[in-house]
Design a protein around this ligand. Structure first.
Ligand code: MF3
Ligand code: CO
Ligand code: CO
Length: 275
């Protein structure tokens, strides 16, 4: 049995394992945070190019976040000292910005989370650096499809496992590996809240989705096998077999009709090519 907790504007929220049910002020807050997050990624689309360092991208993320009246939720999060995560090629997630330069043919995930007026807009997209090989572009395309297929399952009455089941089915149809070590999560006033949104699951299992639930869906899909390993920096996750990995992430809220995507690009730049 699942516990739910209705959230009101004036209450302190705890991470107690219950799934929060948010009201109108939550949707308003997430729309604003999500919009800023999407605008930051739109800007990234204009900057990603061979020769650009990931530290330069991180600096722009920080600047746009602060200019938007927000703070990067990753800054100081469990000792992380950057404003976003930038994960290149076989890096699955949590790549640390550095002086490393992007190069022609790379596929890159940029994951941003502005914390605006108490709400977390958590989203990531893939970017293609110059000419990218067909099989890498296909991985990126199918990973975006996985995200949107998962989102299509998110509606009242569905079970949480329906999301992961749909994603897993689509990825495995293409013989890709679905990462198990990291998952989506409840989001809102807390960066990472209940429930865990796994991207490989059995349909019909898990808690029932209800209007007011906020969560991220963020499948990580590998061209090769699913297992990942953590590098010695304690953050960078890479594919064990060194195959390419792709990820897209949206923050969504369950509505009476289905769901609302808080982090959609206002200019339609949700997936590459960005023009
Ligand atoms: N944005 C990531 C997520 O989707 C979390 C990054 S935490 C960090 O949940 F510390 F690695 F930045
Ligand atoms: Co997330
Ligand atoms: Co994220």
């Amino acid at each position: 049995m699942t516990d739910y907790q209705h959230v009101t504007d004036d209450m302190t929220v705890y991470r107690d394992g219950t799934i929060k049910l948010h009201g109108p002020e939550g949707y308003e807050g997430m729309r604003k945070a999500g919009r800023l997050a999407a605008e930051i990624l739109d800007e990234m689309a204009t900057m990603v190019a061979p020769g650009v360092t990931t530290a330069q991208l991180d600096a722009r993320v920080r600047e746009m976040t602060l200019d938007g009246g927000a703070v990067p939720a990753t800054l100081g999060y469990r000792g992380y000292t950057h404003s976003c995560c930038i994960s290149i090629n076989h890096v699955v997630c949590h790549g640390i910005p550095s002086d490393k330069r992007l190069k022609e043919g790379d596929i890159v995930n940029i994951d941003v989370t502005p914390l605006l007026d108490g709400w977390h807009g958590d989203t990531s997209r893939m970017f293609l650096v110059g000419d990218v090989a067909l099989k890498a572009r296909k991985l990126v395309e199918v990973t975006y499809e996985c995200l949107m297929i998962g989102i299509a399952e998110a509606r009242p009455g569905a079970r949480l496992g329906d999301i992961g089941a749909a994603i897993q089915k689509h990825a495995e149809r293409h013989r890709y590996g679905v990462v198990r070590e990291f998952c989506g999560h409840g989001v809102g006033r807390l960066f990472h809240d209940a429930p865990e949104v796994v991207h490989a699951a059995r349909a019909g299992t898990g808690p029932e989705l209800r209007p007011g639930m906020f969560m991220t869906i963020e499948p990580m899909i590998n061209l090769g096998r699913a297992p990942v390993k953590l590098l010695n920096d304690g953050w960078t996750a890479v594919t064990r077999d060194k195959s390419l990995s792709a990820q897209f992430e949206h923050s969504i809220g369950i509505t009476e009709e289905g769901c609302e995507i808080f982090t959609k690009s206002p200019t339609g730049l949700d997936q590459p090519p960005y023009g």
